[in-house]
Design a protein around this ligand. Structure first.
Ligand code: AR6
Length: 173
């Protein structure tokens, strides 16, 4: 359901939604990029709950997601999704990327969350080509929303180029 998807340019840490999604790593250790920004803005609650999940479950596999509270963020929750590291496109990268989005939305539905914001997972440090990622992300989310209680999904793009790429993919959806 494409109509429930909104694209905007901005900083995901400032979004007033039920949950923001983090582009995390399997160790849930924090890092650079959007992960670093979310851990910094949310504060120690996020670090502590990530550590609990790491101690209990050993982290989060690629293509899956876990949830913590949002700490000092406006969002009540952070869903930490782990996208694939891009190699050459022949290592299941497309499916793993779609899965990172879908698993995040499944957790949101389980927690009865209605508004969710995503960054462009895997297209920074993990090197996934953004044109290809935008098509996969929008298709996966749009299809999932056909059978979900979620009211709005925002893609919060950090650069003008990413915003343009996602806009084109949205128009072609
Ligand atoms: N709001 C929205 N988008 C942002 C923000 C922000 N505040 N900051 C960066 N981006 P990346 P990945 C964009 O590298 O490729 C981390 O170290 C950024 O411009 O954050 O999934 C993790 O710990 C890019 O378009 O995530 C992992 O080890 C997008 O977010 C690894 O990087 C994703 O870039 C994950 O790599």
């Amino acid at each position: 359901m494409k109509e429930k998807i909104k694209l905007l340019k901005g900083d995901i840490t400032e979004q007033e939604v039920d949950a923001i999604v983090n582009a995390a790593n399997s160790g849930l250790l924090g890092g650079g990029g959007v992960d670093g920004a979310i851990h910094k803005a949310g504060g120690k609650v996020i670090d502590e709950e990530c550590k609990e999940i790491r101690d209990r479950e050993g982290g989060c596999p690629t293509g899956k997601a876990v949830i913590t509270h949002g700490g000092n963020l406006k969002a009540n929750y952070v869903i930490h999704a782990v996208g694939p590291i891009w190699k050459d496109g022949n290592n299941d990268e497309d499916n793993l990327l779609a899965s990172a989005y879908i698993e995040s939305l499944k957790i949101a539905d389980k927690y009865n969350l209605k508004t969710i914001a995503f960054p462009s997972i895997s297209t920074g440090a993990y090197g996934f080509p953004v044109e290809r990622a935008a098509k996969i992300a929008l298709r996966a989310v749009s299809d999932y929303l056909d059978k979900s209680q979620i009211k709005e999904v925002r893609f919060v793009l950090y650069s003008d180029n990413d915003y343009d790429v996602y806009s084109k993919a949205y128009d072609e959806l």
